[in-house]
Design a protein around this ligand. Structure first.
Ligand SMILES: [Zn+2]
Length: 55
């Protein structure tokens, strides 16, 4: 399980996504692109998850 909270990355936004790592990556990526107009690579978002988990 993984989760990401949009406001942890500097946005005034209440978006939170939680679930299987691959699903979190895809949904967070989609949210960033559609809501904030920023494109992150899957690798970049995987890094966010790993950092959050302290790996
Ligand atoms: Zn957001």
């Amino acid at each position: 399980m993984a989760n990401l909270t949009c406001k942890d990355y500097g946005f005034e936004c209440g978006y939170v996504t939680e679930g299987e790592e691959g699903d979190v990556v895809d949904s967070f990526r989609d949210h960033m692109e559609t809501e904030h107009g920023i494109e992150y690579s899957r690798e970049a978002i995987l890094q966010f998850i790993m950092r959050k988990q302290g790996l």
